[in-house]
Design a protein around this ligand. Structure first.
Ligand SMILES: *[C@@H]1O[C@H](CO)[C@@H](O)[C@H](O)[C@H]1NC(C)=O
Length: 97
């Protein structure tokens, strides 16, 4: 019985591998269609930092994360984020922006 199960399992794995290898183009290993375009997005809250500089008002997220409710489990917030507010010039100098 065990031998039969192993033999069946082996055949199923072999069929899966054969099916998978015949379905994949050797030059393009991506499972996405060739015309599929990837995009990314971020929000100013995740990026900018400088939450209390130059008279910027408090946003919803500033209020949420500074309040008593633990809206983010680890207590983190976007007060500094990636600090784009202070570091954007470095990005320009290095050609990232
Ligand atoms: C955040 O809280 C401040 C202080 O209470 C308030 O003035 C501001 O309107 C709030 N911001 C939003 C987006 O609700």
């Amino acid at each position: 019985m065990v031998r039969l199960l192993l033999k069946t399992l082996f055949l199923e794995i072999l069929l899966l591998l054969l099916h998978h290898s015949s379905a994949v183009d050797d030059d393009d290993l991506s499972p996405f269609p060739k015309k599929f375009l990837f995009g990314t997005a971020s929000s100013s809250y995740q990026y900018e930092g400088g939450y209390n500089i130059n008279g910027k008002g408090q946003s919803n997220w500033d209020n949420f994360t500074h309040g008593d409710t633990k809206i983010i489990v680890d207590g983190s917030n976007g007060d500094i984020a990636v600090d784009h507010y202070h570091r954007y010039q470095v990005g320009y100098q290095r050609g990232f922006i």
